[in-house]
Design a binder for this molecule. Structure first.
Ligand code: GTP
Ligand code: MG
Length: 198
């Protein structure tokens, strides 16, 4: 599935222009700069597929990625919680992300990225609440695991697991990743493969 040549399909800035809801969609969500676009590149093995940047606010539209004969569309989204851009713009991104998460019929799973150094924040909880209400299953993926020490990571996983146990639509599995060191990427691939072929 991920050995295929993934390519960019389209970008949209409003719900009216979404591509046809044809196959299984999975979307990458999380705070600004958490590493959504980098993880999509690591998964697909295509470094420049989704644009990344050390400056938050890089991804500003819903970006759709597809591969030939693959029943799966990957969606990269703007991050939430970025306070430095003009408020109108940030509000528009957040509205778009939340309407998409709430109202996309073929959205099968949300990969909810959490920075290993920061853990779950208030706006991540808001997103979880929205997904719980919309009954969209979300999977927490810890990012930038190369930035913290193994015992710290182990503690974060334990805490996160306890928090997720109380949520409605949370997938129980937590995957720790590093796009930089290619860690945990195979595990996530395996999960998405199962999802796409089910
Ligand atoms: P927005 O689109 O702005 O919301 O950001 P994003 O979540 O798509 O993050 P992006 O993938 O652009 O990465 C943000 C920064 O984090 C970049 O400088 C990346 O190089 C860095 N980064 C991403 N993943 C990792 C990782 O696993 N390890 C390390 N050390 N840095 C990472
Ligand atoms: Mg991005």
């Amino acid at each position: 599935l991920f050995a295929r040549p993934w390519e960019f399909l389209t970008s949209v800035t409003d719900m009216a222009n979404l591509p046809e809801a044809a196959d299984t969609e999975i979307a990458f969500a999380g705070r600004s700069n958490v590493g959504k676009s980098s993880l999509i590149n690591a998964l697909t093995g295509r470094k420049g597929l989704a644009r990344t940047s050390s400056t938050p606010g890089r991804t500003q539209m819903l970006n759709f990625f597809v591969a030939p004969e693959t029943p799966l569309t990957i969606v990269d989204m703007p991050g939430y919680g970025y306070a430095q851009a003009p408020k109108d713009l940030v509000d528009a991104w957040t509205r778009l992300v939340f309407s998409y998460l709430r109202g996309r019929p073929n959205l099968r799973r949300v990969i909810l990225l959490i920075d290993s150094r920061h853990g779950i924040k208030a706006n991540d909880l808001e997103t979880m609440e929205l997904l719980d209400k919309a009954a969209v299953v979300y999977q927490v993926v810890l990012t930038k695991a190369d930035k913290i020490k193994p015992p710290q990571l182990a503690r974060l996983i334990t805490e996160t697991r306890a928090l997720l146990a109380k949520r409605i639509a949370a997938h129980p599995e937590i995957i720790a990743t590093s796009s930089e060191k290619n860690k945990g990427v195979d595990d996530l691939r395996a999960e998405l493969f199962l999802l796409a072929t089910q």
